[in-house]
Design a protein around this ligand. Structure first.
Ligand code: ADP
Length: 283
């Protein structure tokens, strides 16, 4: 049986390890000492592993930054020169080739941005800047980002927001999550349809509904649309790389929320984004 003093010592070792202040000591050959020495070896290797994990994360962060920085200039140049070539030629075959180069380079640009965002979110490198934000402000920014593409397709966006509804969120990232969903509604819907955006509040959750009159999503397909690089039946010729909804779900889950999809093929889809009421404040 251990004595109070020995429990205290073991307890101290664990506290030191948890606060990162653990240092090795020398012990004699008693049973307690053997246990302490084993615990010491375990704690030493655990703290070494933690240091290694931190170092690896730092390296990964650097690699991601390097990839996105170093590919930016060559890619911008490829896009610029293909645009120039496009303007300088009347040859339909050259035009077709340059259009394809442009399309593929833009896709590559999107992929690099997508990879960078995915790994920053997944490795925990990213630090969210949580603050109280008005849902109306989030929707304002997301709608503004989608405005031009909606106008181009003559799609009306109707917004009905409960005033003063706030959530605790990182505005930049939550706008991105909502915009991805709205952008899909615009992208997959036919011209001259409409999209409704509404807020709601239940007992435990508050949130946003985005309702479109697009092609709808098959029930079996709904779980798949949130997986990485998945492009669904409705994607057809539409531009995209299949990471939008994956990112949206991850960001919303990091805010303690979740997404629900209701859809009828041929009629439209409703994406509901729920935020926990604990993080929502009504004035
Ligand atoms: P992307 O739009 O680049 O393909 P997403 O991750 O945003 O990637 O969406 C995944 C798939 O989900 C899309 O390819 C599409 O088939 C389907 N989808 C998403 N939103 C809608 C929508 N509002 N209406 C119909 N299909 C949708």
């Amino acid at each position: 049986m251990f004595h109070k003093k020995e429990y205290k010592l073991l307890n101290q070792m664990l506290d030191d390890a948890l606060s990162g202040e653990f240092v090795e000591n020398k012990f004699d050959e008693t049973e307690l000492s053997k246990l302490q020495s084993k615990l010491m070896r375990f704690l030493t290797s655990a703290s070494i592993s933690e240091i290694k994990i931190i170092e690896e994360k730092e390296k990964l962060k650097q690699l991601i930054t390097d990839i996105s920085h170093q590919t930016k200039t060559p890619l911008t140049n490829i896009i610029m020169y293909s645009q120039l070539l496009n303007e300088k030629t009347n040859d339909p075959q050259v035009l077709a080739f340059t259009q394809e180069i442009l399309l593929q380079s833009k896709k590559l640009e999107e992929l690099i941005i997508g990879f960078s965002k995915m790994s920053r979110l997944e490795t925990g490198i990213l630090q969210y800047d949580f603050k109280e934000v008005l849902i109306s402000q989030i929707l304002n920014e997301a709608v503004q980002q989608g405005y031009l593409s909606a106008v181009k397709k003559d799609i009306q966006i109707h917004v009905e927001v409960t005033k003063n509804l706030k959530i605790t969120a990182d505005k930049k990232w939550i706008v991105e999550a909502i915009f991805n969903i709205l952008d899909n509604a615009i992208k997959y819907s036919n011209p001259m349809t409409s999209i409704s955006i509404r807020t709601f509040c239940y007992e435990l959750f508050c949130g946003i509904s985005i309702i479109d009159q697009g092609p709808g999503i098959d029930e079996d397909e709904i779980p798949q649309i949130f997986t990485r690089f998945y492009r669904g039946n409705s994607s057809g010729e539409k531009e995209g790389i299949g990471v939008g909804l994956f990112l949206s779900r991850k960001i919303i889950e990091d805010h303690g929320g979740y997404i629900k999809v209701k859809s009828i093929v041929g009629t439209g889809s409703t994406f509901q984004i729920f935020f926990p009421i604990l993080s929502t404040l009504k004035d």
